[in-house]
Design a protein around this ligand. Structure first.
Ligand code: AHR
Length: 674
């Protein structure tokens, strides 16, 4: 069970329901900064798109293998590149007195070219896998093991599967096959732990047999219960955390992973559909191999289970080592067709060629698809080929799917995109300053320039913006509170400008925080320093920024309200901006959502004025995230900084409130209308 998702968020919900008054730091902090925040209820502005909040995702930091994809066996097809010193595939070892070797003769199929051969020598012997930084064992849990096996050299016995302690001294669960046949066959076993089993990741998975002869194994897999019990499914605790973010889209696959380091390792979606034993896997761009058990159908499963739409990124003929094909080339024709087929796989009817394949993968209903992104960060392509590549693909997509909105990742001139995808990784304070980036200029607009992954403001000519990657970069492996505040202000600024910025998603989303363990062949699991949600084999936790974003996502509202800060003493930050405030309106339940970030070192005392209605007597709730700006949540101490709630009763149309230093506050004010 997840350490945070249920406990903290549920606690927070309970506090709203009972109206319990939490003791807030803001109530006692000294107010050095005073001013007025006026919110005009009479003229609701732009509608905030329903699909404003989303998730960005790629295979980085063991986000899928060793993360969201619930598979527990690392290197299940024995093809991971790093070798053990004993010449066995990495993460595999011999148990007992036999001999283990890899064998490329007579594979199960071409997607599984390597099998593991176990030669028995009379006694009991087996092969053991140590998982992704351990195999998580929990009490009263049923695990499903599947593997291909064949017998030879006279072996005619069963194979027994064990979940056991790392030293083999304690067995947590076991199950046996019938007699292994001489040809390849798939075996499925259920292993059930009992009530007394510990919750531990210090465990291994073993397949063993006794007697003489040989056994070959291929595609050895072990799944715990998955989210909503989906086959080949997802880790429940992480899904629970993500569901609290209420994502309405998933950018898939985002980032460098969509491109790949070399053409041979590009995101080749056609190799990532169908049964897992037909997926060969590929070398990812972040230093480790991807099993591709988490492929395109699993992205769709993720969308379906979270109620989110895919925002599809298609491979666009450029890879990270700089190789690319120009528009008009034979290869670009192939990639363009692949993109059209991918769109059909996701959104086409079940009778269409690729829709049929999706239905065979378990999704008879087409998925809604409104946005297709061509490439990723193509501004890295210094050859200038993107304009041509983009235009070739955009024209083909527009012709076949005229209603799809097309997203460009770098400046283009030959085809007008519907959106640009801007990316920003910045310091915490810098990101807070960028909260006004997309504001409508009060005077003549500054010339638009593109720099370091994003534009310097809102687009002209009806082109919209998707902020498809962004994050403040303080705190490792997850953001500290300072970052969370920069992040919060930035998102509030995007939301305020959601007539121009239609969607946003933080990156990277997931990080396996496990440390390096060279003795077992484990490098450190993460590649990126600052990430939203952390976990190891057994536990998961939301970062402080995760909580800030749960607050914002759960209090979005549907229209922007004008909010003006005045009379604020300037002191604590370099640009003089200590506070940032916005407001939105939830029309259905007549709730005004006032959102305030205090980035400064002193409390801020504000008079909140709700203007534009005759009788306003707000009651409601204040949700506050506040604390030491350097605090980083961890798996061991995840609850140190989590939002708190308090009730607000009959505050009137104008009331005072103190905002703690280093805080994000959302006031949910129920207003009575005249
Ligand atoms: O989010 C991490 C990386 O940052 C992404 O893969 C890439 O698009 C960006 O440069």
């Amino acid at each position: 069970m997840c350490l945070i998702g249920k406990s903290a968020v549920r606690l927070w919900q309970r506090l709203v329901i009972t109206g319990t008054l939490a003791v807030m730091a803001s109530a006692v902090a000294r107010a050095d900064t005073t001013g007025t925040l006026s919110v005009d209820l009479s003229k609701p502005g732009a509608d905030i798109p329903e699909h404003f909040f989303g998730l960005m995702t790629e295979e980085i930091n063991h986000a899928y293998d060793g993360g969201l994809y619930a598979e527990l066996i690392q290197n299940r097809s024995f093809q991971d590149p790093v070798r053990n010193t004993n010449s066995l595939p990495v993460h595999w070892s011999l148990v007992g007195s036999g001999k283990v070797t890899t064998d490329r003769s007579d594979p199960v199929n071409s997607a599984l070219p390597v099998s593991l051969r176990l030669d028995l020598s009379g006694d009991s012997a087996g092969v053991a896998n140590d998982g992704y930084w351990g195999i998580p064992v929990r009490p009263d849990t049923t695990y499903t093991a599947t593997f291909f096996a064949k017998a030879g050299g006279g072996f005619a016995g069963p194979v027994t599967a064990f979940l056991q302690s790392e030293d083999g001294a304690t067995v947590f669960a076991s199950a046996g096959t019938p007699q292994i046949a001489n040809g390849w066959r798939k075996y499925t076993l259920n292993l059930k732990t009992d009530h007394s089993a510990p919750a531990t990741a210090s465990a291994r998975f073993v397949l063993s047999a006794s007697g003489t002869g040989r056994i070959w194994f291929s595609l050895v897999s072990l799944f715990p219960p998955t989210y909503q019990h989906a086959p080949n499914g997802l880790r429940p605790d992480l899904m629970q955390l993500m569901s609290e973010l209420k994502p309405k889209f998933i950018r898939l696959p985002g980032g460098n992973y969509a491109e790949g380091s070399r053409f041979a390792d590009r995101f080749n979606w056609k190799q990532m559909i169908g049964p897992i034993d037909t997926r060969p896997g590929h070398m990812g761009c972040w230093g480790y191999r991807s099993s591709d058990g988490f492929g395109l159908p699993e992205y769709l499963l993720w969308c379906k289970q979270l109620g989110a739409e895919p925002v599809l990124a298609v491979f666009a003929g450029y890879v990270l080592n700089g190789d690319h094909f120009n528009a008009g080339s034979q290869e670009m024709a192939i990639y363009t067709q692949e993109a059209l087929d991918e769109i059909e796989y996701i959104s086409g009817p079940a009778q269409s060629k690729w829709g049929k394949r999706r239905a065979a993968d378990g999704f008879s209903e087409p998925f809604p698809l409104h946005y297709v992104e061509i490439g990723n960060e193509d501004w890295f392509d210094r050859s200038g080929s993107y304009d041509g590549r983009f235009t070739q693909m955009a024209r083909a997509i527009r012709e076949r799917y005229p209603r799809l909105k097309i997203i460009a990742t770098a400046p283009v001139s030959s085809f007008k995109p519907d959106m640009y995808d801007d990316h920003f990784y910045r310091g915490a304070h810098q990101l807070m300053q960028m909260a006004t980036l997309y504001d409508k200029p009060s005077g003549p607009a500054a010339p638009l320039t593109f720099n370091g992954g994003g534009w310097n403001g809102r687009q002209p000519d009806g082109i919209k913006t998707f902020v498809g990657e962004w994050a403040a970069q303080e705190g490792r492996p997850t953001p500290n509170l300072n970052s969370a505040l920069g992040d919060a202000a930035f998102v509030m600024g995007l939301e305020k400008n959601s007539d121009a910025v239609l969607m946003e998603c933080y990156a990277p989303l997931l990080v396996n925080v496990s440390a390096a363990d060279p003795g077992k062949g484990y490098p450190k699991a993460m590649q990126w320093n600052t990430n939203l949600i952390g976990y190891d084999a057994l536990r998961c936790f939301g970062s402080v920024s995760y909580y800030a974003q749960v607050m914002l996502a759960q209090n979005k509202g549907d229209a922007v309200l004008q909010a003006h800060l005045q009379g604020i003493a300037t002191a604590a930050t370099a640009d003089g901006r200590v506070l940032f405030a916005t407001a939105t309106l939830s029309k259905s339940d007549k709730t005004v959502l006032v959102k305030v970030v205090n980035f400064g070192d002193a409390a801020a005392d504000l008079e909140i004025r709700l203007e534009g209605q005759a009788h306003i007597e707000p009651t409601g709730t204040a949700i506050v995230l506040a604390g030491d700006p350097s605090w980083v949540n961890t798996a061991d101490e995840p609850l140190r900084v989590a939002p708190q709630q308090e009730a607000i009763a009959n505050a009137g149309a104008s009331f005072h409130r103190s905002f703690s230093p280093h805080s994000l506050t959302i006031l949910r004010l129920k207003v009575s209308t005249p």
